[in-house]
Design a protein around this ligand. Structure first.
Ligand code: C5P
Length: 404
């Protein structure tokens, strides 16, 4: 865990977990970070700026209107200075203000004025965390690429038990290091040089009639991030994409398809290749027949007959000229058991497993993956999908090189 010379702006919002920010500052310094602390007015009621000034070794700022501090390092300079902004604790109020784009104090203004990654460690009473308003704010923040670290569950300062505790300082430092550092062994420019990589991404659509279809929540973000990471590692990339709103990545050949059958055809035409990565959420079934005209709602019930779609990934893994084949397993429960079973059943070289229950992963900017192959397993903790994709490509490149 290394944050040497990383400039971390630590925001502290008003909540009892603010006392843990003292320990957090020490841990950040141990990891080599250069820290500036900014507190909200409310935070100063829980812990004094003087304590944090002593621990961080730098003046602590609270107000936008502090002439002396503005003269030394103005707030815009401070916003530019930061390599990352971590707010710990992030109260329900802080999350609401950030979600709304408010700039009514120094900390919220800095968040709006900075292009640095923003990371939040929520901490609040369990009912506040579970409140639909907070849930909606968390969704908005996640959809903007802001990462949430935790909260964890357990005993709360208010005497209740549940989800809402701030993660421990050491875990926050670890998460921060993963989130803002390039992968420990960055993908060499040429790790996949000369390799042809075919990737499926996004959701397929299976038509019921001319206006209706069966599909799923996949946004395609993970697959697009994997395509970009493979390109950055020097590969020639063919991205076979289901329906998504994402723009085509530069220097990647994108082939757009709609149904699972189209996707299979495009994949087979793109063979042979060195590496195949199936990130697409392919519809398992399609209507046996597609009505030529819009189906009328005359009857009280309507039965759709569905037929199984071909499993593209298994078909690729069964080819005589077989690429290194990687699948994804999105599961709502028993993640690793299901993923390992899939790895064997589909005869894959590797599988990336992720949980998709309770709003996780689908249509989110971040994700967490467990990569499985043979008897091995690597955990890639919650992070931006682009960072995860780089880490996945790095692991694939290592395996492919070892096999060659
Ligand atoms: O069996 P399941 O759908 O959970 O497997 C997921 C993996 O298989 C993903 O990599 C997905 O892209 C791939 N898949 C496929 N064709 C299908 C169904 C899934 O390529 N018809």
């Amino acid at each position: 865990m290394n944050l040497t010379h990383k400039k971390i702006l630590l925001g502290i919002a008003g909540g009892i977990a603010a006392y843990k920010a003292c320990e957090l500052v020490r841990r950040l310094r141990d990891a080599g970070a250069d820290i500036r602390v900014v507190m909200t007015e409310n935070a100063t009621r829980f812990v004094t700026p003087l304590t944090l000034q002593a621990l961080s070794g730098n003046p602590v700022r609270v107000s936008l209107w502090d002439e002396e501090h503005e003269a030394a390092m103005g707030h815009i300079e401070l916003a530019r200075w930061a390599d990352a902004i971590l707010i710990a604790p992030a109260s329900a109020d802080m999350m609401a203000r950030l979600a709304a784009g408010m700039a009514d104090d120094l900390l919220s203004t800095l968040c709006l004025a900075s292009e640095a990654p923003l990371l939040l460690a929520p901490a609040m009473n369990r009912v506040m965390w579970a409140h639909p308003a907070t849930r909606a704010n968390a969704q908005i923040l996640l959809s903007r690429g802001i990462q949430l670290f935790g909260p964890g569950s357990g005993a709360q300062a208010c005497g209740e038990l549940g989800e809402g505790r701030m993660l421990e300082p050491l875990e926050l430092v670890q998460r921060l290091a993963v989130a803002i550092s390039p992968p420990s062994n960055p993908i060499g420019d040429a790790a996949l040089f000369g390799k042809r990589v075919v990737i499926t991404a996004g959701a397929t659509r299976e038509a019921i009639d001319p206006v209706r279809f069966i599909s799923n929540r996949s946004s395609g973000r993970m697959g697009y991030a994997v395509a970009e990471a493979a390109r950055d590692a020097g590969a020639e990339v063919v991205l076979i994409s289901g329906v998504t709103s994402l723009p085509a990545p530069q220097d990647v050949t994108r082939i757009e398809v709609e149904t699972a059958l189209h996707m299979r055809e495009a994949v087979m035409q793109a063979m042979p290749c060195d590496i195949f990565i199936g990130t697409a959420a392919v519809a398992d079934y399609r209507p046996t027949e597609t009505a030529l005209q819009k189906i009328k709602k005359n009857a009280d019930t309507l039965t759709l007959e569905l037929v199984k779609n071909p499993d593209i990934l298994s078909e690729v893994a069964a080819l005589a000229l077989r690429p290194f084949t990687v699948g994804f397993a999105a599961e709502t429960e028993h993640l690793l058991d299901h993923a390992r079973a899939k790895l064997q059943r589909k005869k894959l070289d590797m599988i990336a497993a992720n949980l998709v229950s309770e709003g996780r992963a689908f249509d989110q900017a971040d994700n967490a993956l467990t990569i499985l192959w043979g008897d091995s397993q690597i955990e890639l903790p919650q992070a931006d999908k682009r960072l995860l994709a780089q880490q996945l490509i790095q692991i694939i490149a290592q395996r492919v090189t070892q096999r060659a």
